[in-house]
Ligand binder design. Sequence first.
Ligand SMILES: *Cc1c(COP(=O)(O)O)cnc(C)c1O
Length: 497
Amino acid sequence: MEVLYNSTRSKGKPVTASQAILKGLSEDGGLFVPDHIPALDKSLRELSAMDYRQVAYEVMKLYLTDFSEEELSDCIRKAYDEKFDTEVIAPLVEAQGVYYLELFHGSTIAFKDMALSILPHLLTTSARKNQIENEIVILTATSGDTGKAALAGFAGVKGTRIVVFYPKDGVSPIQEKQMVTQKGDNTLVVGIHGNFDDAQTGVKRIFSDREFARELDGKGFQFSSANSINIGRLVPQICYYVYAYAQLLKEGRIEDGEKINVVVPTGNFGNILAAFYAKNMGLPIDRLICASNENKVLYDFFRTGVYDKNREFVLTTSPSMDILISSNLERLIYGIAGGSADKNRELMEALGTEGRYEIDGAMREKLADFYGNFASEQETAAEIARLYRACGYVLDTHTAVASAVYQKYRKETGDLKTTVIASTASPFKFTRSVMNAIDAAKYDAMEDFALVDELSAIANVKVPRAIEEIRTAPVVHDHQCEVSGMKDVVRDFLGIR
Ligand SMILES: *Cc1c(COP(=O)(O)O)cnc(C)c1O
């Protein structure tokens, strides 16, 4: 059955999956949502005999219904290949009776690779399907991580170019090195003289510049975004929850149909929303445990029904979760509002003007699948140390937030169901925080790469390729510009000046 996509903010004409991927965001500012959640059409047993790519196909075909079998398989084959350092793609590792679903085996050792390795192929296929002959130009502003994952995904993909702007003095030395060593003729990395907001505002300005868009169109280019609200990033994230369940079943850890809990370290609410979609497709998931760091807007929301971003922004050791507006939550709000675009728009407008909104009792009742809690900085560090001492397994800071929240959940509820924790980054990506959590006195004075080697030794894990590369790779991007010069930089890169 065909799945079409509606905007969360108005009742316009629905679009196809490929159109939704191309547009990213609806013209009314809403997010695209499927008009119904399709049910899995293979049994859990059948899925348990499949490898990652096969499971990905079985899930994605149900959402991207205007893609042919060949088109979708081709995208999947190009995405989940040797870029990943394990054929399994997303290994499930048991530690102290809990299953950690390692989503960090792609090129930038964080879970964004799961979606950003396939998005470029979904985009170029979507362009072809809609008779778009322009080259797709991705513009991104980054505070560090997303930029590198997008670069790695789009590098070398025919029919695309990617420009990443980052605040020259606003990312970590390792993050900068990761980006400026990016290979690929279709990539450009530029440090701007300004902060992340300046970069973001500059990109938005270029995006909404109609005259510039016309000029580009005349030269055979058009802009697109790799933003996390694109349905082409959400759908690939559903696959690994189905895969994780299938692996548990295959290994005899659970009975067919037995319910499991899923814990997700959350920022923009994309990853956990994917788990919610998986549940609604028929995957036997009981609770969806939403873990926040000290920026605990979501915890407060699940507890009180009030979403309020008017609060201090805390810089934590899990920076990818330092977020006060979880943009993907809008899809859930639209859902619990019974698919009412009017109701959802009202709430989102309140968020825009007052920075807060409150949902009613009927909507709150529909949140029973979710449990929210948070972990403080201290609790997060203690969880890394606890697990390491107990069994030698080392978590990154984001996963540790989830793991600490899960311990609270278990204590509070006594629920002992089999549990999968989404492990969103390699500890090597946040080496200093991780090592300080294990033994601050011993490691605090060590150099970054000495720490990397030490982590490798104590965890008994090989240093990932992504880290080895930045140790030795030559710098190939050294562009800088003023905020006012961003548009000219794009012109020069596309050779249209
Ligand atoms: C992006 C990110 C998250 C948060 O995921 P959302 O989908 O934004 O909720 C968690 N951990 C890591 C390491 C991330 O990069």
